[in-house]
Design a protein. Sequence first.
Length: 582
Amino acid sequence: MEYLSEYRKWVDSPYIDEDTKKELWDIENNEEEIRDRFCAFLEFGTAGLRGLMGAGVNRMNVYTVGRAALGLANYIKSQGQVYADRGVVIAYDSRRFSFEFALRAALVLCAGGVKVHLFDDIRPTPLLSYAVRHLNTTAGIVVTASHNPPEYNGFKVYWEDGGQIIDDRAESITKEILGVCDICEVPVMDRERALREGLLVMAGEEIDRKYTERVLQLCLDSEMIREKGGDLRIVYTPLHGTGYRPVTTVLAKAGFTRVETVKEQREPHSDFPTVRSPNPEDREALELAINVAVEGGAELVVATDPDADRVGIAVRNKEGAFETFTGNQVGVLLAEYILSRRKEKGLSSNGDTIIKTIVTSEMGRAVASAYGVDTIDTLTGFKYIAERMEEFSRSGERRFVFGYEESNGYLAGDFVRDKDGVIATLMVCEMALFYKLKGLTLSEVLEDLYQRHGYYLEDVVSIRLEGCEGLERIGNIMSHFRNNIGRMEKVLGEPVEEIRDYLQGVRYDGKGEKSGKLDLPVSDVLYFRLKGNSWVCIRPSGTEPKLKVYFSVTANSREEALQRLKRFKVKIDSVMQVLVTR
């Protein structure tokens, strides 16, 4: 793309608003900044759009959102008029310009002849997934950048099953978006006209009520919660996001009567002012809530990210200190609780299955096997879990029991087809109450699982590489590892038993010789399996300008596992330092 001419086109276009033009005039003498904003269109990937907000084709703004919405409208209409009539439901979170982006997408869709249900206020991402199925719409959009820093926003697309669009459909929609050559000529319907003609319909509390009813039905021991829910003291924080109303409503209706929210983080705020990053995977984001719990004597802290699809927890241990758990550890605890209680209550059946991603700990598989439950792996991203859920629903051959991923995403039930922080919060609270009544902390339960199944420890290292140059560096690093695929044994210092290149769809032995094909979709992922259920995986992030390296080790003791994990990280880090600076 000729970035300077595209820059000039935006500055001169009568279609572009004056505030945007002023932002562009301010960088007139900064060619590097102009290049970064106009070197290429913000890519519509398998997670939709996500990027920094600002003026330019490589930024999130009403014009790039409008272009994506027009491409989606054209794709929906290509499927037939009935799909356009069923329409699209749109939700948005508490980030800057989320409402403006959602409204622009809605009015572009309406101009294209596609009906839109637009939520009347902020809503969690999982509620959007539920609304697609509840309203029987063709598609859904949620405007969010999940747990990313405040300067980011995004535009995720869902299909009629309630799951995020998968690769083939994303490619088809991308083709339609690429066909929108002039971003300055995207038609936008007047809002009042759209409402008057019935193309724009506001969605509200009726969907919230139905969703809450379905969530409450997931309790495995409703009677226990009604009778003893007040015995568990909980501190909850929505981290300035969308979770406050739905989470506190569900907990109260279930019977948890001693729930305190962090008042400084209760209200939605686009800048997330009390945290460095609104990511519940990081203990730092939970510190205010932990302080409230310490002062109030609570036993459990729960945090949801801004769009309330991820959950982080901290638990008071026997020594009285608060301990945080990784996404893998919470997933294993939930798997154990759900499967053990289902067995106890006679709810287990043939075909029960849990689903996890390839970068999620193998400990979940060990737990499931102990209950005779199968585990299926998918590529990274909850959309792939949703895809398998839909297959189960259609075939009836398997029953989805639980799905999770290492990045703090969990799901029970099948009426939502994305990770759900509201459901996960309820299940965590129920689990914590159950074990408390038995005199156990979650730390003790986890230690018992380690004793039974082995010590599984995991970590992930993220290397942030911003801008067009960063994307190029990420590609070069992945190419380096592919070109040296048989040398990882030397890099890691341990025998490699198997290598999986998901981009090529090929399986290799430890020396780099082809040994078979992979049965998962194409994805830019390299996976190195080592002895004893340990592995290392390298992939670009699908939602941020990062290269991610995942580590998982298994050992007979915590000390041995920690030493092995540290050794792998040091060895990979030394290689990455060289590659990043090339």
